[in-house]
Ligand binder design. Structure first.
Ligand code: GCB
Length: 605
């Protein structure tokens, strides 16, 4: 009887799995840092499921013994062919590839299990929150499927109020990171596809009607008016709410409507946030049933002709790209320490801007950038040859974009939402990207939109131009260029004349060259630090002539893992375009850039 029951349950589980695409992103709870949470981080038991045996039997049918059930033998003759409790453990948060030698290049399924005790108080609700799981997660509580999520870099949560038991509970998560043609990203990228529960897992306990989400930022173009909204979630939607900024003695009151939604509009007099003065204010949002505190900075960001204006002043974005990789230990970065190292490097180099490539990074680094004063470019992994014709791919991209903006829209440091990287021009691609732009403007009309476009070459090859029709939808025109690396040698830079017919600020979103730290030679010898240094010198001279250049983001701050990079003794599985190694050693190009950025700082101040 028990077996039949389980069998039906597993069939149900499987049928649902592949129909439901993801959580509804409008149910995402924001500011988990400011809530009453219980951490589920730490050791989780795992089963490495190379043949998806936890789902399918030998006829490729749903199995009666699905691992989600976490069964135990009832008697000594019972046959249960798995056991989470005697299986190995790995740490959450963290990728699996760098925690077990045998998983270094593993892409597939791993089942995770964690037990926890809980006793939910009356009049409370409970949510299970994941900072990120790469790539596909199906979550079970006490053997019951509670939800599914696709996309490896954004948070999601499921309500478990009526499902959590008093006392012992267990969570099982099916995690699969196989690359898929229709996925976002798709089959091929230039970074390693770390699998696992890569960010923190939390239980969030809330009141029956909680303040789920809010948007509290300066109105576009105004330095003293907040325009935003607050959204409640629960059954007591019509409430009095207030927003307080104690430091400036500001209290404003609003009422939420029958959908739990209130528009917010308030006059304030604040010190504006900037990289030189990353001033954050404590903001208290109170309803009759909930209170949440955040630290928010206020600044304006606009484009005026060929300028980018931060708080009304023209700025030059002294940038650098970075992957979400941990300095010194490799693997997915997630911790405060990882974020601190990266942002301290950025400051030492004289940066005021980082491109978080090529997907949303963890909230810890974003919040720290807010505190330390580093402007950010945030992007989703719409990269290279996404399946632009596929509506499932579009839905996936829109969902990741929405989750990213939902999580980070109150962070002053983020000034640019980027839609895509080096995507080939076509009608389908253009329509796809325009839908992303429309969604972004709908969710947040205060920030700038960009995308890393590609450069084209006429026959003579010395007058590169950007002629992407998608450019007209962007506030900031950005493109990646590799003259001197993929295109000729660095000397070519001297002969190049850029032809960019867009009357917009230009930010070069990538340039760079690979170099093995400690390898020296002639400046025309590939892979030497001298080559990379020479390329930086000549590229910077070349781009300095572009009249509307308002920022540069060389590729890349730190060497990072990429399975495409197989050259023995030079690459060994790493893209070497970093100006700092994965172990923190600086290459010669670092100093060239640092000096140039110093000049730029003086020029723009
Ligand atoms: C690019 C990509 C980036 C690569 C880089 C490279 O254009 O945007 O993801 O890693 O070039 O090193 O080739």
């Amino acid at each position: 009887m028990l077996k039949i029951h389980n069998y039906v349950l597993v069939i149900l589980i499987i049928c649902c799995n592949f129909i439901v695409f993801a959580q509804k992103s409008n149910e995402l709870i924001i500011n988990v840092h400011g809530r009453n949470t219980t951490s589920l981080d730490g050791e989780w038991n795992i089963i490495i499921d190379r043949y998806n045996n936890g789902y399918y039997d030998y006829r490729q049918q749903p199995t009666a013994d699905g691992y989600a059930l976490n069964q135990k033998p009832k008697s000594k003759s019972d046959r249960i062919e798995y056991n989470f409790d005697t299986s190995p453990t790995i740490k959450v948060p963290g990728d699996w590839n760098t925690q077990m030698k045998e998983l270094y290049y593993y892409e597939g399924t791993v089942w995770y299990k964690k037990s926890f005790e809980y006793s939910i108080k009356k009049n409370k609700r409970l949510f299970l929150y994941f900072g990120a799981v790469n790539y596909h997660a199906i979550v079970f509580l006490n053997g019951e499927r509670i939800g599914e999520h696709i996309g490896g870099f954004t948070p999601f949560n499921f309500e478990i109020t009526s499902k959590v038991k008093d006392g012992e509970n267990f969570i099982v998560v099916y995690v699969n990171n196989e690359r898929k043609k229709e996925g976002v990203p798709t089959l091929k990228t230039d970074w390693w596809n770390y699998g696992g529960i890569t960010r923190s897992v939390k239980l969030i306990e809330t009141s029956k009607t909680l303040i789920q989400d809010y948007f509290i930022q300066l109105k576009k173009g105004s330095e003293n008016e907040i325009e935003g909204w607050v959204k409640l979630n629960g059954n007591s939607n019509e409430q009095d709410i207030s927003i307080e900024i104690p430091e400036i003695n500001s209290i404003s009151k609003f009422k939420t409507d029958k959908n739990g939604y209130a528009k917010v509009n308030m006059k304030i007099n604040v010190e504006l946030w900037s990289p030189d003065n990353p001033k954050l204010y404590e903001v208290k949002i109170k309803s009759e049933t909930d209170i949440i505190i955040d630290k928010i900075g206020f600044r304006t960001i606009e484009v005026f002709g060929q300028d980018i204006l931060l708080n009304g002043n023209s700025i030059f974005l002294r940038g650098m790209s970075v992957h979400e990789e941990a300095p010194y230990r490799t693997g997915r970065a997630y911790s405060e320490e990882d974020a601190k190292t990266i942002l301290t490097w950025a400051k030492e180099l004289g940066l005021n801007f980082l491109r978080l490539a090529h997907y949303p990074h963890n909230e810890t680094i974003v919040r720290m950038a807010d505190e330390m004063g580093i402007l950010l470019w945030s992007e989703i992994p719409v990269y290279w040859v996404i399946d632009f014709k596929n509506p499932v791919t579009l839905r996936n991209a829109l969902n990741q974009l929405t989750e990213n903006i939902t999580r980070d829209k109150n962070r002053a440091c983020i000034i640019i939402w980027s839609m895509a990287n080096e995507t080939p021009i076509s009608e389908f691609r253009n329509q796809f990207l325009v839908k992303l732009v429309n969604q972004t403007r709908k969710l947040d009309n205060t920030r700038l939109i960009s995308a890393a476009l590609e450069v084209e070459y006429p026959k003579d090859k010395f007058s590169p131009y950007v002629n992407d029709p998608f450019g007209k939808h962007l506030d900031v025109l950005s493109f990646n260029e590799y003259i001197g690396w993929y295109d000729g040698l660095p000397d070519k830079c001297k002969k190049v004349n850029w032809v960019i017919n867009f009357d917009k600020p230009i930010v070069i979103s990538e340039f760079g060259a690979g170099a093995k730290q400690g390898f020296y030679g002639d400046k025309d010898e590939r892979w030497t630090e001298d080559f990379q240094e020479d390329l930086y010198i000549k590229t910077l001279q070349m781009i300095d002539k572009i009249e509307n250049l308002r920022g540069v983001i060389p590729w890349i701050l730190m060497d990072f893992r990429s399975p495409n990079r197989v050259l023995p003794e030079i690459q060994d599985g790493f893209n070497r375009k970093g100006i700092i190694t994965e172990n923190g050693k600086k290459k010669k190009a670092y100093y060239i850039l640092k000096d140039w950025y110093k000049e730029k700082t003086e020029e723009f101040e």
